[in-house]
Design a binder for this molecule. Sequence first.
Ligand code: FES
Length: 106
Amino acid sequence: MATVTYVTHDGNEYEATLIEGKSLMQTAVDEAIPGIDGDCGGEAACGTCHVVVDPTWIDTVGRSGEVEEEMLSMHPEREATSRLSCQMVATEAWDGLTVRLPEFQL
Ligand code: FES
């Protein structure tokens, strides 16, 4: 069973099962993980699903695309490995992935 860990800004860790083909945003919303709202339903239009990928994982999960960049560029807590989790469609190869949640979402 592949898992992902979400770490909130205050250090709490929430582990969830990764479902192949399901976005990290949807997984977080379905598991009621605090800090990810997914207000636009995964259209890369709200920025409420921002996560910071652990740097050791960024080459595996890939960097943000052009549409993501537009939204992330407006985010005050944007970091080098920031992604919109709605655009991160999980694969089993991501087993053990850790993402950090910013203190404030858009
Ligand atoms: Fe809106 Fe990801 S859910 S940008």
